[in-house]
Design a protein around this ligand. Structure first.
Ligand code: GDP
Length: 526
């Protein structure tokens, strides 16, 4: 195998999808500890501790300063090079969270056993669905009373349309939680309340469930376990193909805070999750093992320090080998750029890395020339697809305090929308500007940046919209639609026609009235 193929085969690039408080941060820390990235684990914590701080200028700056390093957490585990891309939740939930999922090859879903599937997880799963991303499920907090495991799986199957295949099975829960039974290795891993696992504990092999040792170890819970495992026998086994296309998810039970069940999860993850695969472009499919370098930008982060106004564009490598100092073509602006000061995110124990491979993320410094969705290649003209804008869910009207700054406002908003900070909608009628986002922090960041980078003094006013849909259709129909629904139609930053619905009822009604018009939840760039 060539060096490039070897590097590809050992890479795993993933994100964690969960609802706030399900245990994503706790699990991330444990995963990083297994990977030996101990300092990084501290980073996760320090970032977490100020997550409830008010989102004033300083807090944003501080948070962003730290989150540049935690946007990509890279670690080694066994023979694998793992890239964990942060999917910001809580108050820093934003369109970036969605877009990060367009740059991963698999995802880990964390579910709180007491809550089942929650709203944010549903939204993030919708994004994973777009590319049929394979999902590994971790059901967390078994040390607490929660829902019946069968009910949790039924909830996942109903709400997320993915078949659950339990790889481990919990023995009791809450006060009666004794551990998990590994259905494939036929082992019991015992849990001791209040004692965190090191992760290298040997399980107890139970080849035959009728073995009386099971009763010795578990007492009356042995028969409960037998009965539950028998029920599971009727369900389908895990098929790799079904997992890889996102229609089955292997399920693990545990307790992140006690580091219980995490090693099993990580082992299964590196063994089962796919290495970087082919990616679609407008022109053709790109294979990771192609010699020529290619990649796309999925996230842009501005430096909030006014003395250093550069931005970091996060680029996911899709093919070839990246070497520092390499010349690549930035297709949208048709320019060759030499990338000398790229940030190559690397594992803690390797210094001086000068190369990166498919699945890796590099950070390109720039002064506002790079947009979300931009493709960089060695030479061939390519445009990667599948890095869209997502329909905003919250809206604000921008009102300038000084009307003479209107030009600067327009310029600032265009730039900010190109960087994916916020979405901008200009009405077909009238001239008020509506901003759309999926997380409230996006508005705070936008306002702070307008003020600091464009010297624009503006305020927000409430805008009563529920969601946006990009509009497409046949020319005549479109003209008719435009005429009738002018009052709710807008152009986005790239001049695409967008319908802003005041409420769900209105959206459903309009969609019903106009069956030939397409109402799209995402819009591709370019
Ligand atoms: P995030 O918001 O998804 O990142 O969740 P955190 O990792 O911050 O966890 C939310 C809360 O749940 C914290 O108070 C954690 O200590 C707690 N937590 C995480 N994992 C477990 C677990 O396995 N058992 C229990 N009882 N609590 C947990």
């Amino acid at each position: 195998m060539s060096r490039l193929s070897t590097e590809i085969q050992k890479r795993r690039t993933f994100g964690i999808i969960s609802h706030p408080d399900a245990g994503k941060t706790t699990l991330t820390e444990k995963l990083l500890l297994f990977g030996g990235a101990i300092q990084m684990a501290g980073t996760v914590k320090s970032r977490k501790s100020d997550r409830h701080a008010t989102s004033d200028w300083m807090a944003i700056e501080k948070e962003r300063g730290i989150s540049v390093t935690s946007s990509v957490m890279k670690f080694h585990y066994r023979d694998f090079d793992v890239n964990l891309l942060d999917t910001p939740g809580h108050k820093d939930f934003s369109e970036d969270t969605y877009r990060v999922l367009t740059a991963v090859d698999s995802a880990m879903m964390v579910i709180d056993s007491a809550k089942g599937v929650e709203a944010q997880t549903e939204k993030l799963m919708e994004v994973c669905r777009m590319r049929n991303t394979p999902i590994i499920t971790f059901i967390n907090k078994l040390d607490r009373e929660g829902m019946d495991p069968l009910d949790i799986m039924a909830d996942i199957e109903n709400k997320l349309q993915v078949e659950c295949v339990p790889m481990t099975w919990p023995i009791g829960m809450g006060k009666r939680f004794r551990g998990v039974y590994d259905r494939y290795r036929r082992q019991i891993q015992l849990f001791t309340a209040g004692k965190a696992m090191r992760g290298d504990e040997k399980g107890i092999l139970i080849n035959d469930l009728n073995d009386p040792r099971l009763d010795e170890i578990l007492g009356s819970q042995a028969d409960e376990l037998r009965a539950e495992l028998e029920l599971l026998e009727a369900s389908s086994p895990l098929e790799r193909e079904e997992f890889l296309k996102g229609s089955q998810t292997p399920v693990f039970f545990g307790s992140a805070i006690n580091n219980f069940g995490v090693r099993e999860l990580l082992d299964a993850f590196v063994e089962m999750a796919p290495a970087p695969g082919p990616r679609e472009t407008v022109q053709r499919m790109v294979e990771p093992a192609e010699e020529d370098f290619s990649g796309f930008v999925f996230k842009i982060q501005a430096n909030m320090d006014p003395a250093h106004r550069d931005r970091i564009a996060f680029l996911r490598i899709c093919s070839g080998t990246f070497t520092r100092g390499m010349k690549v073509r930035h297709h949208r602006i048709g320019k060759d750029v030499t990338i000398s000061n790229a940030t190559i995110f690397m594992a803690q124990d390797r210094t001086g890395v000068e190369e990166a491979f498919p699945g890796d993320i590099i950070g390109l410094h720039n002064h506002g020339t790079i947009k979300i969705g931009d493709t960089f290649t060695a030479k061939e003209l390519l445009q990667f697809t599948g890095i869209p804008n997502f329909a905003p869910e919250i809206f604000q009207k921008v009102v300038l305090r000084d009307p003479l700054r209107s030009k600067q406002l327009q310029k600032g908003l265009l730039q900010l929308s190109e960087e994916g900070a916020v979405q901008v909608f200009r009405p077909l009628m009238g001239n008020e500007i509506i901003l759309g986002a999926v997380g409230v922090l996006q508005f705070d960041v936008t306002m702070a940046r307008l003020k600091n980078e464009y010297n624009v003094d503006a305020i927000y006013q409430p805008a009563q919209y529920f969601t946006a849909r990009w509009i497409d259709g046949e020319k005549k129909q479109l003209a008719e639609f435009e005429k009738k629904l002018r009052a709710n139609l807008f152009h986005d930053a790239e001049d695409h026609l967008t319908y802003l619905a005041p409420n769900k009822w209105n959206l459903d009604y309009v969609m019903e009235q106009w069956p030939d018009i397409h109402f799209l939840k995402t819009r591709e760039h370019g």
